[in-house]
Design a protein around this ligand. Structure first.
Ligand code: ADP
Length: 581
């Protein structure tokens, strides 16, 4: 999770004069199938030879899939073996772009959702939750939605054993020709594709490597290249975050002449604008293979910026809540991207994320000490007792328990929490925090735990099992984020009857309404300014209501549990968006 941060962190300051940047709208891309740039011989010599990717044989063992359902893909995988497509770079496949015939709109709409991670295969944060839930909701609504992610080392071997090998091809990254295997796996009715290249993905950790710029440029191009193999012609390619931001760029620059994607429209979703995929401009020739005009799409503020390319090239840009869509137009939240976004405001919108209500269900969650739902809410207390015993906290079902689950980074407001931790604990509460992230926060929290052994537990780990236990055991869920594109944890907390205490920013503002004594409406406690005293006051109000106004407290809890955060509802907004392009 912390890794998510490393290689891509954007400078928080406004970048130097964007005017130095040639305006992207002036960029004219050759609409024809591009003459893949023939790298200069001299340049090649200078470049370090890449490690040869593992040959097809290195692919995970594949035991012929039994279920492999509706992948109208080559189940018998014949062609593949016969023609490992080795692209011969110099040949310009002059597919004259004849005026495209009207796209066939018959049958189901086809959506390819591409991301750096997807639940349940691999996860560092909310992006994986979305990639694991939105396509499922789309499929349930009759869309042929499929997902593509890299075949990481960290994907459980058991899943790998059940993947089906579809075929392989080679991907050109400037002068490199890189092996790309494609596997598929059907999970809950959704076909997932996995891009295999052991040089790039057989490593520990999924982000944070020195060559992330190259790894995800490869993945983005492999997505488009592999469409030929999987024989899927998407109407929409939905890219996410910096990891796949180059997909719409490569599509426009190199693949518009290809049968499988010439009519594809693109959606690019920003899940967190802090991480933009910024690299030195040496990548342009050496990896991306762009000519000067094409390079203008990704050049920004003196470097290469993948996210900027995604914003420029995609048919539509979305972010994961309406409030965040507004906020990122401002320098405080925009991390330098605000000028680009303001110029492209006409195609920007915000759609709030949902949560997987099947997976995040206190009635069925196997991690809980005792399951419960809105009608058996009295059973929730057994989870508090169970967690207190497990963590060695004093067992007392009446003491208010405040939970936190999330990345330990400045984004999540850990500074506010640590600044007033002594005063929070003075309220006679128990605090349980689960997270990994910046060592600074990890160490401060461990130190505080040592000072308050009977009141505070800081579990420095990534554990979905423990996360569930905390959602279920806690009475309140603290999320004082400095910025929050959407936030899923507060929604999960409400579903588990834990009352959110949040700062009114981004998706937190869109999902948590402050409890109103007069009307009985609302399901949480909120504060506006990024300020520890304001946060403390919100916590005091919550604890006060919990202790002294039990019936009001129950109302707040039930209001939260009744809220609809299902993807079923939200998926319709994406369908409308796809149809509008
Ligand atoms: P972000 O995407 O910014 O990390 P979100 O709130 O959108 O934050 O999503 C976080 C998701 O990751 C939630 O499902 C949350 O439960 C989960 N999560 C975060 N940290 C941990 C952790 N240490 N262990 C287990 N799950 C975690």
């Amino acid at each position: 999770m912390a890794e998510k941060k490393t290689a891509t962190k954007a400078a928080p300051k406004k970048p130097a004069a964007p005017k130095a940047e040639p305006k992207a709208k002036e960029v004219k891309l050759d609409p024809k199938p591009v003459v893949k740039e023939q790298p200069k011989v001299e340049a090649k010599k200078a470049a370090p030879a890449p490690k040869k990717p593992a040959a097809p044989k290195a692919a995970p063992k594949v035991e012929v899939k039994k279920e492999q359902p509706k992948v109208e893909v080559k189940v018998e995988q014949p062609k593949v073996e016969e023609k490992p497509i080795i692209k011969e770079e110099p040949k310009v496949e002059v597919k004259k772009e004849a005026p495209a015939p009207a796209p066939k709109k018959s049958g189901k709409m086809k959506v390819l959702f591409v991301a750096g991670e997807a639940n349940p295969f691999i996860k560092t944060g909310g992006l994986a939750d979305v990639a694991g839930a939105l396509p499922k909701a789309l499929v349930e609504k009759g869309i042929d939605a499929r997902v593509m992610i890299p075949l990481y080392l960290g994907i459980p071997q058991e899943m790998k054993n059940n993947m089906q090998y579809i075929g392989n091809c080679f991907v050109q990254l400037s002068w490199r020709s890189q092996y790309c295997g494609v596997f598929s796996y059907v999970y809950q009715g959704v076909t997932y594709y996995f891009i295999d290249n052991e040089f790039y993905f057989k490593r520990h950790g999924i982000y944070g490597h020195y060559d992330d710029g190259e790894r995800f440029a490869f993945f983005s191009k492999a997505i488009l290249e592999s469409l030929k193999i999987i024989d899927f012609t998407p109407d929409i390619i939905h890219a996410n975050d910096w990891h796949t931001a180059l997909v719409p760029v490569f599509l426009d620059c190199f693949y518009r002449g290809e049968e499988h994607c010439k009519n594809a429209k693109t959606v690019y979703t920003i899940h967190n604008i802090e991480f933009q995929g910024q690299y030195g401009d040496g990548l342009i020739e050496d990896i991306l293979g762009f000519n000067y005009d094409q390079s203008l799409l990704v050049r920004y503020a003196g470097c290469v910026n993948y996210m900027k390319g995604g914003i420029e090239s995609a048919s539509r840009v979305t972010t994961v809540s309406p409030s965040y869509a507004n906020e990122i137009l401002d320098p405080y939240y925009g991390y330098g991207m605000q000028d680009i976004l303001n110029a492209r405001k006409f195609k920007l919108s915000g759609i709030i994320n949902g949560i997987d209500e099947e997976k995040n269900n206190p009635a069925t969650d196997k991690s809980l000490f005792k399951n419960y739902d809105i009608n058996t809410i009295e059973n929730k207390k057994f989870n508090k007792i169970g967690l207190q015993q497990l963590l060695g906290l004093p067992v007392n079902e009446d003491v208010p328990m405040i939970g936190m689950v999330g990345r330990l980074t400045h984004q999540k407001g850990i500074d506010l929490v640590t600044a007033v931790m002594d005063r929070i604990l003075d309220l006679d509460v128990q605090v349980v925090i689960l997270g990994t992230g910046d060592w600074k926060y990890e160490n401060i929290l461990k130190d505080m735990q040592n000072r308050y052994p009977g009141k505070l537990r800081a579990i420095i780990n990534f554990s979905s099992d423990m996360a569930s236990k905390i959602y279920a055991a806690s009475d309140m869920f603290l999320m004082p984020s400095k910025f929050e594109p959407c936030g899923l944890s507060q929604m999960i907390a409400m579903r588990y009857a834990s009352v959110p205490i949040v700062r009114l920013t981004g998706g937190l503002k869109d999902t948590v309404i402050a409890y109103n004594h007069e009307t009985g409406e609302g399901e949480g406690f909120t504060f506006l300014t990024y300020n520890a005293s304001d946060m403390l006051y919100a916590i005091e109000r919550a604890v006060g209501l919990y202790r002294d106004y039990k019936s009001d407290w129950e109302k707040v809890v039930l209001n939260g549990m009744k809220k609809d955060f299902s993807w079923k509802t939200i998926a319709n907004q994406y369908i409308d968006l796809y149809k509008s392009i």
